[in-house]
Design a protein around this ligand. Structure first.
Ligand code: BGC
Length: 835
């Protein structure tokens, strides 16, 4: 057998743009700038001047620093479809690639977007853990495993920062669920805090030297994170050597003295924050030392210097040294295909044979109206979205047959007005005179920081009207509503459907993104155009320091008869060679600001899959969700392909994978339970404000191992289109060598996973832990060899009494494995990490 020596490293890229700075240079410029600032100016720099920016200080040659969410795209300040952004696959998808180098390219492409949009600091990546599948922002975090999370995060941060943009690792720390997220006190045992929740932050600080980090809303062990001196100053700065900026999560800074003494540098958003004038007053009356303020200002000036925003300081990455530009949509498509996890395909139904001009029944609401990202602050508005229907339509060869049926509509909520609507916003003053008009891509306006279209003055604005026409696709009872808070009049086809006001309240994400509220119905005919108008009579939002205008017109098509929809889909499936059913969660299921209460697919999708599978033995189910869902039909279908939230090019990547142009490259970054009831950690709701992490270290596969039930699919699981034989496993000097052979007929990619397991189980210690991983590619029949560094931390435990890491004595078993439950080769290591 030919042996191609191909040595790959599992370690994430360690080149650090932070480390590439000329030592000392920035310090001198920073000190000189600091010396020229008086107290009032310094405290101004520690607070947002608006939702996304810090103030410019022309007197010291400091430009305004602009921040933007993250993590799948760079939304920019506008937060609207009128200023589109590239949209990559969601973080669970990126982690499913198990490829830090690909994450690095994601980071580069996003930095490119940041430069294009005038942003300097990307509020990403999210490296909290998948503690429970119920976590509402599960889709936005990487994995249940800290090593995988840290490596993917390191790749991402490296890619962003080597392109001259600051990454902001968030949310420090233990922001693993959403319920009562502002106030919850997570009680995390010391070892779990170090070995699980802090571990990705530690790895990223060590390996990628991030320039910024975001402090979380929640508390940990009795102290709210923005005031947590032990973690923000003690662990982060003094122990790990972090030299970047600590920025609060939005509205998370609550106490002037507590936050500045606790190690917070910037309170966002502004203009009204606990820093600024309140901090100057605290210095003047002796509650805070000015040197403490200086420390925070130094951090910001250093960040500005790195970004090239401070006169006299060379940026860490001069524009001529940025990596070559990447093709954003091509990267989005590549990551998507590399992230798709083929969970099951016992009869080899996939890939479909494109050359045989297949006949496919494509079924599902999300097959037509793509669900490409998770909701909340991660939302971006791409210029185009390729749905599964678009992707397959474009990819199938001449003579193929593709039919579409909705089958079931999981969305029982109104959605922002889109298909069939032609809308504009009209801004008026108190006398009713029009100040400006702006066309709208969707039925939503979101003008933040009082920045209105065409420079309209915030004070002169009295009303905003979303108005235009609607041409329905279907005849029947259409539902209309509002999103956002305030005083509205909604008129459709000459009839006033609603006239009234709602108070503000709730989570800021709810206020900003606006839960759709049904307001009335109208009987409309397909093809007959009607006038629509949503007048907002008190449009100026004042939520804490947030000023702006944010509301929307929402709509829902007439409800179709559910039985009829399923019957149509079954008939389509029967008439085709292959049925492809796309099942999905909705924005009301996976988003920010709330947790899930169950793992069921919404609506009648489970019934739809069962009925279609009964009608067509070749039923392929595409699971379009950012986090685990129950799949009671999983043994009854031919194949299951998990596509996560696949970003704007998801439909094109789906066609690539279904038709075999690409292999599904993903492996589960998190264990997939068969039922919520089986999941080891299901508690995300605090009691009396406290959420105990009682499971301690037993999260994810660490917990499933000692469980009586098996998961539906284990951590690390995923199939490709070829087969592999693991030939040998050796280890020496903290590194393992694995040889494996592609035994199939197609070129392929394999994710090689190493797990370490103490030979003698230790009480309170997980049996098996990920120790390293890498991906390899090989041609049919080819044998490849790969070298993987074993992660030191896998062989260490946190000794709380000594407040230090100690090596946990061996001997260990080292497994080369296809997933956490499937060791293929095992050797013994006599001492940790050594043979
Ligand atoms: C989220 C952060 C986000 C910030 C700004 C917060 O609600 O938790 O992740 O960066 O809003 O949008």
């Amino acid at each position: 057998m030919p042996l191609t020596p191909r040595v790959t490293e599992s370690r994430a890229p360690s080149t650090s743009p932070g480390g590439a700075e000329p030592p000392g240079d920035h310090d001198l410029v920073v000190e000189a700038a600091l010396a020229r600032l008086d107290l009032d100016t310094k405290v101004r720099l520690l607070a947002g001047q608006d939702l996304w920016t810090l103030p410019a200080l022309p007197e010291i040659g400091l430009d305004s620093l602009v921040m933007s969410d993250g993590p799948v795209g760079v939304r920019g300040a506008a937060w609207s479809a009128d200023d589109p952004s590239l949209c990559l696959p969601s973080p669970t998808a990126l982690a499913a690639t198990w490829d830090p180098a690909l994450a690095r390219r994601a980071g580069r492409v996003l930095a490119q977007e940041a430069h294009r949009k005038g942003a300097h600091m990307l509020l990403a990546p999210t490296v909290n853990l998948h503690r429970s599948p119920l976590g509402g922002r599960h889709f936005e975090a990487y994995s249940e495993d800290p090593l995988l999370t840290g490596r993917i995060g390191t790749g991402y941060v490296t890619g962003v920062q080597e392109s001259g943009i600051a990454a902001t690792v968030k949310h420090f720390v233990a922001n693993d669920a959403e319920t009562e997220r502002f106030t919850v006190d997570n009680r995390v045992p010391a070892r779990a805090l170090r070995e699980l929740y802090l571990a990705p932050f530690e790895a990223i600080v060590r390996d990628a030297r991030p320039w910024a980090l975001m402090s979380a809303y929640n508390g940990v062990n009795g102290a709210t994170m923005t005031e947590h001196r032990a973690l923000q100053t003690g662990v982060l700065r003094e122990e790990w050597g972090f030299d970047g900026v600590v920025v609060s999560d939005w509205l998370a800074a609550r106490d002037t003295v507590g936050a500045i003494e606790g190690g917070l540098d910037v309170a966002m958003p502004g203009p009204a924050t606990v820093f600024g004038p309140a901090l100057a007053a605290a210095v003047r009356d002796g509650r805070v030392a000015e040197s403490t303020v200086d420390t925070a200002v130094r951090h910001i000036l250093l960040l500005a210097a790195r970004l090239g925003l401070l006169r006299g300081a060379a940026p860490a990455v001069p524009s001529g040294r940025r990596p070559a530009p990447l093709d954003g949509p091509a990267v989005a498509r590549e990551i998507a295909a590399r992230s798709f996890v083929l969970l099951r395909d016992p009869a080899g139904t996939l890939p479909l044979d494109a050359s045989a001009a297949p006949s496919i029944a494509l079924i599902g609401r999300a097959a037509r109206d793509a669900r490409f990202l998770g909701g909340g602050s991660a939302t971006v508005y791409p210029a185009r979205v390729v749905s599964p229907l678009d992707g397959l339509t474009g990819a199938l060869p001449e003579g193929s047959r593709l039919t579409y049926a909705m089958g079931a509509d999981p969305n029982d909520q109104l959605e922002v007005a889109a298909a069939g609507f032609t809308l504009r916003a009209v801004l008026r003053d108190a006398q009713g005179a029009a100040l400006a008009e702006q066309p709208l891509a969707l039925g939503r306006v979101r003008w933040m920081d009082a920045a209105l279209p065409d420079g309209v003055g915030y004070d002169s604005l009295a009303t905003v009207e979303i108005t235009g026409t609607f041409t329905p696709r279907d005849t029947g009872t259409h539902h209309f509503g509002t999103a956002g808070t305030g005083d509205f009049r909604l008129t459709v086809d000459g009839t006033v459907l609603y006239d009234g006001a709602d108070p503000e309240g709730g989570d800021p994400m709810e206020v900003l993104t606006g839960r759709p509220i049904p307001r009335g119905t109208a009987a409309l005919e397909a093809g007959r155009t009607v006038e629509v108008s949503l007048l907002h009579r008190a449009p100026k939002l004042a939520y804490g320091p947030i000023r702006g205008v944010t509301f929307g017109l929402t709509h829902r098509d007439p409800e179709r008869d559910g039985d009829r929809l399923i019957e149509e889909a079954v008939a389509a499936a029967r008439a085709a060679d292959t049925a492809v059913v796309v099942v999905a969660t909705t924005e009301r299921v996976e988003s920010e600001g709330f947790d899930r209460t169950d793992l069921r697919l919404p609506g009648r999708q489970d019934e739809l899959v069962s009925r279609v599978a009964a009608a067509n033995a070749r039923t392929v189910v595409v699971v379009n969700a950012g986090a685990p869902v129950e799949m009671p039909w999983r043994e009854d279908v031919a194949a299951i392909l998990l596509t996560w939230f696949p970003g704007q090019e998801g439909g094109a990547a789906l066609a690539d994978v279904l038709l075999g142009r690409e292999e599904p490259g993903g492996r589960l970054p998190t264990t997939w339970p068969a039922r919520l009831a089986d999941a080891p950690v299901t508690r995300v709701t605090p009691e009396d404000g406290v959420l105990p992490y009682d499971e301690d270290l037993f999260v994810g596969y660490r917990a499933w191992e000692r469980h009586t039930t098996a998961p539906a699919y284990p951590f690390g699981h995923g199939l490709g289109y070829t087969t592999w034989e693991y030939v040998s496993l050796e280890a020496a000097d903290g590194r393992a060598r694995v040889r494996l052979r592609n035994t199939g007929t197609r070129p392929g990619r394999e994710t090689v996973q190493l797990y370490a397991e103490p030979v003698t189980p230790a009480e309170g210690r997980p049996a098996r832990q990920l120790a390293g991983f890498t991906t390899v590619t090989a041609a049919p029949g080819e044998t490849v060899e790969t070298e993987i560094a074993l992660a030191d931390r896998t062989f260490q435990v946190w000794d709380e009494a000594a407040t230090a890491w100690t090596v946990a004595p061996g001997p260990y078993l080292l497994h080369a494995a296809r997933d956490a439950n499937a060791p293929v080769l095992t050797i013994r290591l006599s001492t940790p990490g050594r043979p």
